[in-house]
Structure formats: structure tokens, C-alpha cells
Design a protein around this ligand. Structure first.
Ligand SMILES: *Cc1c(COP(=O)(O)O)cnc(C)c1O
Length: 434
């Protein structure tokens, strides 16, 4: 029996399936309630690294009683002549094509909260020009995927963690919370309707973009009394189909820029974190570098790479192999891929695993002493992405990730893809959609 409990003095949670009780205060962080617990009983493993659920989620999920319900859903299908042709898998660019339908549910405090959830044809949204999202970026989003397995079945990967994280992000923006399980059911229905859009190819998948925006038609900087939660879907190619996967990405590490700071909201998936990164990304591109390695602080701490979490595999002072990733100290987006890799690494049990700060000084030293084995990014979009080069303070650092005979990143990549594409039938991290 495995399950996750809330931290920080929250009460013991009883598993409704086997009625076992367990409380690991300060370790596990998933708030589990009633029906949600039953649903995720088999889907979630206890994980000390998954600190994505905290006070904000607790409040978010407490509103579950007032959440919209899947059973109320209204479906309006697109007429056949409006259905879009499906693009070629080879032609897929991230976020370029969208499926025929979308999910929407409005929240209006004055009308009692969440309204009727709907599935409609994909259509434009209409807001008042004062809508809060347009002025103060009152928005939160998620990024997850549906995969067509070798058996033809469509699977989601740990969606309960995305929904819990979205509740935390929404809360941070003063937006209303909802029931994770009701929302997953709605998404599942949407994917079922547009299931022909889930590519029959292991080089691609269906990207799911849940979004919540504050839409009050008032300019006050205050919490939202009206909001829209919606979901759009796009078929996407693999980021690394072909050669790129073994090539590795090149990075610009410029300490003049930072994406997150203590007390900020770098640990939440909110739109306002991303707009300021675009110019820095462009600067990297102008230098012929593919992504930004985000640093923080006087000691140039390595925090994230592009929109991925970062891992370092190296030989430590005692000559042992060690996997390191920065801790969830508020500067790091609590990635579901990150958390999954940490859990897989614990299962492999062949090297030390540490969540601690990494500095550029350390990276440079490890490279100089030939003790750096691999650096890689981890996130839903690319799963695992090897790093081969860093430009830092006018210096070029060659990172030997892709020179390793049997790199560790490939092991994680293969294991995760095998789970996502159904090579491991009934894996507890997957949710099958019928
Ligand atoms: C989404 C995201 C990640 C990766 O999270 P996953 O849940 O693994 O997809 C990492 N860093 C940032 C900044 C992100 O926005």
C-alpha cells in the first residue's frame, strides 16, 4: 500500500481502500481527500521529493465541495464540416495545431461559484478589455500529455499531480480552486471526444494545456471573483525525434538574469514567470545557443534549464557516483518529471541521490577535474534532454553528457517512455482513457 499524505501538521489520512493510516509529516506533501484518495490510491507513490502540495493546495482542495462536477458536463460537438484535417506527424510544431474541441468552466462568485462545465468546439474567447488577466497576468496553467500506447490505448501520466500543482498555482494568483478529480474526469472526456487527434506514433503525443484566468472586468489588483478554467489540446511531435536526442543542447548561463527568487512564485506554473524569459532566450539564440541556464544569487546557483528542471550526475569527493538536483526551496518549479526521476533513481539504487544546491563554481571545477559525467534537463515536453555545452562568463564549458558510453539520462528517458507508451502495462503512474 502506498500513498501520500499532507505535511506540516495536517492530520493523518486514512486510505479509504485498505484503511491503513500513515503520517510522514515533513516528508510527503500530497493532500488526499475522500474520493480523490480512492481514485489515486493506485496512482500515487509516496515521495519525499514531491513538495508541490502545501497550504495553497490544502485551501484549493478544501473548495472541492464547491467545485464543478463532471456529472454536470454539457457537451456541444462541432458540426462535421467544421472538423479540422489532422496534420502529418512529421509536420507537428509545438502548439501550432489544435484539436476540434475544448473544455470550459466559468467561475462567478456572485452566481455561487463554479458554473456548468462544458465541452464546446474550439472557439475564440471574449473578455472585457479590463479583464484582470490582460492587465496583471492573473493566470496559471499546466502542461501534460496523453500518449497513444503500443496497445492503441490512450494514457495520461500522473495527472493528479498536475492538477494538484495547478490548484497551488491558481491559489498563488488569487484564483479559485477546484476538485482535481472532477477536473481530470472532464479532461478525460475531452480527450475521448478528440481521441483521433492522439497520434498513432511514439514520436508524438497530445499536449494538454489546462489554463485558468481571472476575467473580472475591473482594474483593481485584487483576487478574482470571475474566472475561466479551460483546456485546449494540441498534437505535438517529440522534441528530439532524430539526431538531436544524442546531440545535447547548448546553454547560455548569464548571472545578470534570474527567473525566480525567494518569496517569489518561481515554484508555481503561472504565466507571469515566462514573459520575462523571452528576451533572455533571444539573447541566447543570437549567440547560437539553444536555451538559458537560469542562475540565482551571488554564488551563481544553477536552478533550471529553459523550462526544465536540471540534474547533474558526477563523481563526488569520495569517488562515488552521485545524482544531484536542486532542492524545492521556492526557486524551483516542482516538476513531475523531476519527481519521477528521483523515484526511479531510488529504485535503481546504484548511486547516491542528493537534493542540494549546485553552483557554477562547482560545475566548472567538476569539468576541470573530469568528474562531471552528465547534465540533463527534465520536463514533460522533452522528458529528458542532455546538455552538451554551457557558455558562462565568456568561457565555453564542454559537458560530456553525450560522450558517456551508457549515459544515465538515457536510462531515465527509456523507462519513462516505456511507462508512458504502455510497454509496462498497468503501471501505477498511468491512467488509461477508455
Ligand atoms: C513545467 C516546468 C518544468 C517541468 O515540469 P514537469 O511537471 O516535469 O513537466 C520545469 N521547470 C519549469 C520552469 C516549468 O515551467
Amino acid at each position: 500500500m502506498e500513498f501520500v499524505v499532507a505535511s506540516g501538521g495536517y492530520p493523518l489520512i486514512e486510505c479509504s481502500t485498505c484503511s491503513e493510516k500513515k503520517c510522514e509529516v515533513g516528508k510527503g506533501f500530497l493532500l488526499v481527500r475522500g474520493s480523490l484518495l480512492k481514485q489515486i490510491h493506485k496512482n500515487v507513490r509516496y515521495s519525499s521529493s514531491l513538495k508541490i502540495l502545501d497550504q495553497e493546495v490544502l485551501q484549493g482542495e478544501l473548495e472541492a465541495e464547491r467545485s464543478f462536477k463532471y456529472s454536470d458536463i454539457a457537451v456541444r460537438l462541432a458540426p462535421p464540416h467544421l472538423l479540422q484535417p489532422k496534420p502529418n506527424v512529421s509536420d507537428l510544431r509545438f502548439g501550432k495545431y489544435f484539436t476540434d474541441h475544448m473544455f470550459k468552466v466559468y467561475y462567478h462568485e456572485a452566481l455561487g461559484g463554479w458554473q456548468t462545465p462544458e465541452i464546446t468546439p474550439l472557439e475564440n474567447l471574449v473578455f472585457h478589455p479590463a479583464a484582470k488577466v490582460l492587465h496583471y497576468a492573473i493566470e496559471a496553467f499546466e502542461g501534460m500529455k496523453a500518449y497513444r500506447g503500443i496497445d492503441g490505448k490512450i494514457r495520461l501520466f500522473r495527472p493528479e499531480l498536475n492538477m494538484a500543482r495547478m490548484n497551488a498555482s491558481a491559489r498563488r494568483m488569487g484564483l479559485p480552486g477546484f476538485s482535481s478529480i472532477e477536473f481530470i474526469k472532464c479532461c478525460t472526456r475531452l480527450i475521448g471526444i478528440d481521441q483521433e487527434w492522439v497520434p498513432h506514433s511514439e514520436a508524438s503525443s497530445l499536449y494538454i494545456r489546462p489554463t485558468i484566468v481571472g476575467i473580472d472586468p475591473t482594474l483593481g489588483v485584487s483576487s478574482s471573483e470571475s474566472a475561466l478554467l479551460y483546456v485546449i489540446l494540441c498534437p505535438v511531435g517529440s522534441y528530439f525525434a532524430g539526431e538531436k536526442r544524442t546531440e545535447g543542447v547548448s546553454l547560455l548561463a548569464d548571472p545578470r538574469y534570474t527567473r525566480a527568487w525567494p518569496g517569489g512564485c518561481g515554484d508555481r506554473k503561472v504565466g507571469s514567470n515566462y514573459a520575462p524569459t523571452i528576451r533572455v532566450q533571444k539573447e541566447a539564440a543570437e549567440k547560437g545557443l539553444q536555451q538559458v541556464l537560469w542562475l540565482y544569487g551571488e554564488d551563481h546557483q544553477v536552478t533550471e534549464v529553459g523550462t526544465m528542471n536540471i540534474f547533474m550526475f558526477h563523481i563526488n569527493e569520495d569517488g562515488e557516483k552521485q545524482l544531484v538536483t536542486p532542492p524545492l526551496d521556492g526557486l524551483i518549479l516542482p516538476g513531475i518529471t523531476r519527481s519521477s526521476i528521483l523515484e526511479l533513481a531510488r529504485d535503481i539504487n546504484e548511486f547516491k541521490i542528493t537534493e542540494r544546491t549546485i553552483t557554477m563554481e562547482e560545475v566548472c571545477r567538476l569539468v576541470a577535474e573530469n568528474r562531471l559525467l552528465e547534465l540533463f534537463g527534465a520536463g514533460t515536453a522533452c522528458v529528458v534532454s542532455p546538455i552538451s555545452y554551457i557558455e558562462y562568463m565568456g568561457q565555453g564549458l564542454h559537458i560530456p553528457t553525450c560522450d558517456q558510453p551508457e549515459p544515465l539520462y538515457k536510462k531515465f528517458l527509456k523507462t519513462l517512455l516505456d511507462i508512458q507508451y504502455g510497454y509496462v502495462p498497468g503501471h501505477p503512474w498511468t491512467w488509461e482513457i477508455d
